[in-house]
Design a protein. Structure first.
Length: 738
C-alpha cells in the first residue's frame, strides 16, 4: 500500500513537471512509474488500461516495446472477455504501426478494432470507435489521400458529436483543419480550427486552447494577415503564461518573432527570439536553444552584422554537433558557410559547405519513406530543369563557336584576296580570334560554376524548408501527446470511481443521482461507495457513501483523489472499519503517512463527508471533515454540520477526533452529499458566488422531483448562473432517496 501511494505521488509530480517543461527525463520517470504500478496490478481491466498507457508512452521512443505491450494488453483483454479493452489494444497496435510508417498494418488493426465497436451502443464503445476512425483519418492524411482522410475524420466527428465527447470533437476539428491546410485550402482550415477552439473553450481545455490559437495564427501567416496572426499567437502566449508552461511560452515567442520577421520589424524579431532563447536555456530545451540561435544568426546575417551572426551560428553548430541533431547541424553549417563566403574566407566557407553536403545524405537516410519519395521527385524535376538549362547554354556556346568559325572563313578568304598586302592584318585577326576563344571558354567555365551553385542552392533551400516544416510538426505532436496523456489519466481516474450499476442495485433504479462535473479533464473531487457484510447476518447490511473534495483540481487534485480512494478501500474493505468518525480518523493518518506530512512542507488534504446507512439497525450515521450533508424528511431540511477541520494537512494536537451523528432510517428520507464547487461558482448579474444559502434552497425546492429531473435542474441552474464565466472548481452533488 505504501509503495502504491508513493508511486501515485511520483506520477503526480511528473505530470506537474511535464506541464511546465515537457522534459524527456520526466517522460522516462513516468514510464518507470507505470511499469512499477504494473508489477503490483492484478490481472483485471485496470491492468489493461495501464498496459495501454505504457504502450502509448513508449510509442515515440521504443516502438517495438510499445508493440509488445499492446499485444500483451490484447491477450489479457481476450482472457478477461473485456471487449472495450480488446478494441483499445487493437487501436494501440494500429497507432504504433502508424508511428513506424507501416501503414498497411496500421490499417489492418484499425479495421479489426472497428469491427468490434462499430455496432456498439454504449458510450465507451462509441468513444473507442471515434478514436479508431480518427486514426484512420490520420493514416490517410499521412499517405496524402486527402479525400479518404476527410471521409474518416468526418465520420469520427459525427460519432463524437453523438456522444457529446467535446474534447474528441475538438480533436476531430483539428485534424480536419490539418487536411485542408495541407491541401492549401487555408480558408477551410481556418473554419475548422476555429470550431476546435470553440469546443476547447467550452470545456476550459487550456492546453487545447493554446494549441488552437497557435494553429489559427499559422493559418493567418499563410494568408499573410499578419495582424491576425500576431493576435492569436499572443493569445497562445497568454494561455501558456497562465499555465506556467515554459516550453509553450518559448514556442509562442518564436512564432511571434517569425511573424515580425515577415513584417521586417527586425528589432522585435531579435527581442522575441532572445526571450525564447533565455527560457529554453533555463528549461534545458536543447533543440529549442539551437533553433533560436540559428534564427538570431540568420537575422544578423540579413542585417550584414556577420560577426554576431557567426557567433550565434557557431554556438548553434557546437550544440547541434554535441547532441547529434543533424538537421539543426546542417542549418548552422549553411549559415556559417554563407557568412565566410561573404567575408571572402574561402577555406572556411568550403569547410562548412562540405559539412552541409555530407549531412544531406545522413538526413535523407533518416526521413520517412514518403518524404524521401517527395524529395527524390523534386530532385529529379530540378535535375531535368538543370539539364535543360545546361543544354540551352551549350547551344548558345555552339552558336557562338559557329559564328567564330564563319568569321574565320571570311577572314581566310579575305586573307587570300589581300595576301600580298594584308599579312599583318591577318596576324592581328588571328590574335583577336584566340582572345575571343579564351573569353568564351572563361564564360563557359563561369556558366558551369554558376549552374552548379544554383543547383546546390536549390537543394539547400529545399532542406531548409523541410526542416522548418518538420520542427512545426514535432512541436504540434508534443502538444497533442500531452493532452492525450491527461485524457488517459482521466480514463484511469474514471475506472476507479464506483460503477453506477452497483449503486443502482443497492438503492434501486431511480433512487439516486450523481452530478459530477470536473473543472478540467481530470478532477480533484471523487465519490466512493461500498456495501459491507455483517458477520452474524447473511446479507450485506451496511452501505457506506462518501463525497470528497481534495486540495487543488486538475492533475494535482486527481492524484490526491486516487490516494483517498485507495485509502478508503484499505480502511473499510481490508480493515473492516465502518464507523464514519473512525474512518475519517484513519483516513487522516493515512494521508499524513503517505505524503510524509510533518517531515516535509506538504499540507495537502481533503474535505469529505462519510455517510453509513445501517439497514440492520435502521440507523444513519454521519461524520464530516469540513463537508456537511443535508437530510430532507417530511418537507423539512436539516443541515448536519461537519467538524471544522480537513483530513490530512497540518496537525497541531497529538490526535484528531471527528464527531459521529446518528439519525433514524425513515423511508422517504433524501440525503444530499456534495463538495463546495456548486456554491462557490461565480456568475449571476453581479458575478458573485452562488453561496451556501441559495444552494441549500435549490436542493430543498427540487427534493420531491425525480432523481433524473433533479440532475436536469442542477445542470440548467449551473449553466444559467455561470453564463459566460468559466467553471470555478470541480463540482460533485450526490442525492440518495431511501
Amino acid at each position: 500500500m505504501r509503495t502504491l501511494l508513493f508511486l501515485l505521488w511520483s506520477i503526480w509530480l511528473y505530470l506537474l513537471c511535464v506541464q511546465s517543461t515537457f522534459a524527456q527525463g520526466s517522460l522516462l520517470l513516468r514510464i518507470d512509474s507505470v511499469k512499477i504500478l504494473l508489477k503490483n496490478a492484478q490481472e483485471d481491466t485496470n491492468k489493461v488500461i495501464l498496459l495501454s498507457e505504457l504502450s502509448y508512452l513508449l510509442r515515440g521512443e521504443k516502438v517495438d516495446s510499445a508493440l509488445a505491450i499492446a499485444q500483451q494488453a490484447l491477450q489479457l483483454s481476450n482472457h478477461l472477455s473485456f471487449v472495450k479493452g480488446r478494441a483499445l489494444a487493437m487501436h494501440d497496435l494500429a497507432a504504433t504501426y502508424f508511428f513506424k510508417d507501416e501503414y498497411a498494418k496500421a490499417l489492418e488493426w484499425c479495421n479489426q478494432a472497428q469491427d468490434i465497436v462499430k455496432n456498439g451502443k454504449t458510450y465507451n464503445e462509441k468513444w473507442v470507435l471515434g478514436m479508431v476512425l480518427n486514426t484512420f483519418g490520420r493514416i490517410y492524411l499521412a499517405k496524402n489521400n486527402f479525400p479518404k482522410s476527410l471521409e474518416y475524420l468526418l465520420e469520427a466527428l459525427r460519432i463524437r458529436e453523438e456522444i457529446n465527447d467535446k474534447l474528441g470533437i475538438a480533436q476531430s476539428h483539428n485534424y480536419i483543419a490539418s487536411v485542408y491546410f495541407n491541401q492549401g485550402n487555408n480558408e477551410q482550415a481556418l473554419i475548422y480550427h476555429l470550431k476546435a477552439l470553440q469546443a476547447r473553450e467550452q470545456e476550459n481545455d487550456k492546453q487545447g486552447m493554446g494549441q488552437s490559437y497557435n494553429n489559427i495564427g499559422a493559418v493567418y501567416r499563410k494568408l499573410q494577415d499578419y495582424s491576425k496572426a500576431l493576435e492569436y499567437h499572443f493569445k497562445a502566449l497568454q494561455i501558456d503564461t497562465e499555465l506556467g508552461n515554459q516550453y509553450g511560452i518559448a514556442y509562442d515567442l518564436s512564432n511571434i518573432a517569425s511573424v515580425y520577421n515577415r513584417l521586417k520589424e527586425y528589432d522585435k524579431v531579435l527581442s522575441y527570439h532572445t526571450q525564447a532563447l533565455e527560457i529554453r536555456k533555463k528549461i534545458d530545451d536543447k533543440q529549442g536553444i539551437i533553433y533560436n540561435l540559428n534564427r538570431i544568426a540568420e537575422l544578423y546575417q540579413k542585417q550584414k552584422n556577420l560577426k554576431e551572426s557567426t557567433k550565434f551560428a557557431q554556438q548553434a553548430f557546437d550544440l547541434a554537433k554535441r547532441y547529434e541533431t543533424l538537421r539543426e547541424l546542417q542549418e548552422s553549417a549553411f549559415i556559417l558557410a554563407n557568412n565566410y563566403e561573404i567575408q571572402k574566407n574561402l577555406p572556411k566557407a568550403y569547410e562548412y559547405q562540405k559539412i552541409v553536403i555530407a549531412l544531406k545524405d545522413s538526413i535523407f537516410n533518416l526521413d520517412k519513406e514518403k518524404e524521401i519519395a517527395n524529395l527524390q521527385a523534386n530532385y529529379e524535376l530540378e535535375k531535368k530543369q538543370d539539364e535543360i538549362d545546361i543544354l540551352n547554354r551549350d547551344k548558345i556556346i555552339q552558336e557562338e563557336e559557329l559564328k567564330i568559325k564563319e568569321l574565320y572563313n571570311y577572314l581566310y578568304i579575305a586573307g587570300l584576296l589581300i595576301l600580298g598586302g594584308g599579312a599583318g592584318i591577318l596576324i592581328r585577326n588571328n590574335q583577336k580570334e584566340r582572345k575571343m576563344n579564351l573569353v568564351l571558354a572563361e564564360q563557359k567555365r563561369q556558366i558551369d560554376e554558376r549552374n552548379e551553385e544554383l543547383k546546390q542552392a536549390n537543394e539547400e533551400l529545399q532542406s531548409t524548408l523541410e526542416l522548418a516544416e518538420d520542427q512545426k510538426k514535432e512541436i504540434l505532436k508534443k502538444n497533442e501527446d500531452i493532452t492525450a496523456s491527461i485524457v488517459y489519466a482521466q480514463r484511469i481516474q474514471n475506472a476507479m470511481l464506483p460503477l453506477q450499476e452497483r449503486i443502482s442495485n443497492c438503492f434501486g433504479e431511480g433512487n439516486f443521482f450523481i452530478f459530477y462535473k470536473p473543472r478540467d479533464i481530470v478532477s480533484g473531487d471523487f465519490y466512493w461507495f461500498a456495501e459491507v457484510e455483517d458477520e452474524n447476518l447473511p446479507q450485506k447490511q451496511k452501505v457506506i457513501f462518501a463525497v470528497a473534495d481534495c486540495t487543488g483540481h486538475g492533475v494535482p487534485g486527481a492524484f490526491m483523489s486516487m490516494i483517498g480512494n485507495e485509502l478508503l478501500n484499505e480502511i473499510v474493505i481490508e480493515k473492516g472499519i465502518t464507523s464514519p468518525e473512525l474512518i475519517l480518523n484513519q483516513l487522516h493518518k493515512g494521508i499524513r503517512q503517505a505524503l510524509k506530512q510533518g517531515q516535509t512542507n506538504s499540507n495537502d488534504g481533503m474535505d469529505i463527508s462519510v455517510c453509513v446507512i445501517d439497514k440492520n439497525n435502521a440507523n444513519i450515521e454521519y461524520a464530516g471533515a469540513n463537508n456537511p450533508i443535508y437530510i430532507v424528511h417530511n418537507q423539512q431540511l436539516t443541515d448536519i454540520k461537519a467538524d471544522k477541520m480537513p483530513v490530512g494537512g497540518e496537525q497541531r494536537g497529538r490526535e484528531r477526533f471527528f464527531t459521529k451523528h446518528n439519525f433514524p432510517l425513515v423511508e422517504g428520507t433524501t440525503i444530499y452529499l456534495f463538495s463546495d464547487g456548486f456554491q462557490d461558482q461565480f456568475g449571476g448579474p453581479e458575478n458573485k458566488k452562488f453561496m451556501v444559502k441559495h444552494f441549500r434552497n435549490l436542493l430543498f425546492s427540487m427534493h420531491n422531483d425525480s432523481m433524473a429531473k433533479q440532475v436536469q435542474i442542477l445542470e440548467e441552474k449551473l449553466a444559467s448562473w455561470k453564463g459566460e464565466e468559466k467553471q470555478t472548481d470541480d463540482i460533485t452533488v450526490v442525492g440518495i432517496r431511501l
